[in-house]
Design a protein around this ligand. Sequence first.
Ligand code: KIV
Ligand code: ZN
Length: 496
Amino acid sequence: MSSDQLIIFDTTLRDGEQSPGIALTPSEKLLIAQQLEKLKVDVIEAGFAASSPGDWKGVNLIANNIENSTIASLARCVQEDIEQAHEAIKVAKKSRIHVFTSTSDIHMEHMLRKTKEEVLRDAKESVRFAKKLCEDIEFSAQDATRTDHDFLIEILKVAVEEGATTINVPDTVGYATPSDYLELLKKVYSEVRGKNEDVIISTHCHNDLGLAVANSLTAINAGARQIEGAINGIGERAGNTSTEEIIMAVKTRQDQYGVEINAETTEISETSRLVSKLTGYPVQYNKAVVGRNAFSHESGIHQHGYLRNTMTYEIMTPDSVGQESKIVLGKHSGRAGFKDALEKLEFDIDEETFNISFEKFKKLADRKGEIVENELRAIIGQVEINEAPVKLVSVSVNSKDQYASAKITLSVNGENKTQEAEGDGMIHAAFKAVKEILQSEAVLIDYRVESITKGADATAEIVTIINDGHNLKQGRAVSTDVVQGSVESFLNALNR
Ligand code: KIV
Ligand code: ZN
């Protein structure tokens, strides 16, 4: 392996699965492992074989079915754990035993209840034992970032002497900052790895302070050549370094890190979707790289720039991670984004229709978050090219046990007129008030309300058909408010 190669070690199926509430079956684990192989991660930590019969089965199933990635199983510094790990992974084309123990004072005293000497002896004997079973051995010093530095160096040196090929320096509790982690890794690199090119220094960072990715990346500058992470950043507590963020940071900022990776970035989105689906852990909308908004543009200024040159607001292409760019139409969108959306829907409209439609779109967008395709179609369908003589100024309705009432103000050729009326229901009362203002004899023939989006803030399209004594006329309106939309639809028909 070249010294410029960064190994991507994915622990979605081990540390990631330790997230509260996640329990994957062996076959679900295999599905994720097969997708991780498509993503071309170098090492898949398939589980902790000795932790349960189910986990052993999952690790073994993966070891039997994966061709290219190395399959690792975690093991404590306990002979039985190491044997179980070996049994589960030995069929794999490439296998690794990942041995760990805690090295910080607080962990040794309260968890292991062992002295430094005992921990050192366990590490020595365990790595030696594991090395007899498997060539590829990783040793992790749990809670390394809160470990006495001299002791950390001593135990890592012992692991290397006994044959460990990867030395992992975990920030188990997400306590490190980029600057102190960089210093620690530099020390490990110079005092443990030295000139021994067979030894890889690895990072494994947790995200308690939101620094896991930053800490992992900074370690590359100290000579680390393996980064451990989990897809979507899942894992104990606030989770692990996100594998996908590391892959894209290293690809996008080659100038900073100068390391090569094998990952097939176009598989990132699919991997993220699968992990989210099988674990039941949603991906936050604005999550870097894989969030649904990671390549969405809403504000007018951003859309304008993006439509001229995508790189004005995108540092990676969405297809490079298997995503698509999206212009999201909302209240911050401008004419450029609106025009682009209409063009994509193949609307060929004149300037006047465009201007009226844009105004209607802005009004609707002010009331709800995102305007979707159906709503756009309905807006365009509703637009009247000529200035309507009658417009709705305001409507208020009241519903009591037996009857309903409505108070309507219309602008009729520029003059405001108000009328109150009662009816069987709010819509009936509102239509009566409109007819009284306009002294219209029109008869309502049909009235339909159809929801064109989902959810509590759904937009409705309201269609009315009237008979004005001569002809049938149809009116349409789109609104999140059914009463207001109904009156607008009725006026739309009367205005014809
Ligand atoms: O966070 C940690 O220290 C671990 C080790 C077992 C590598 O997950
Ligand atoms: Zn961990």
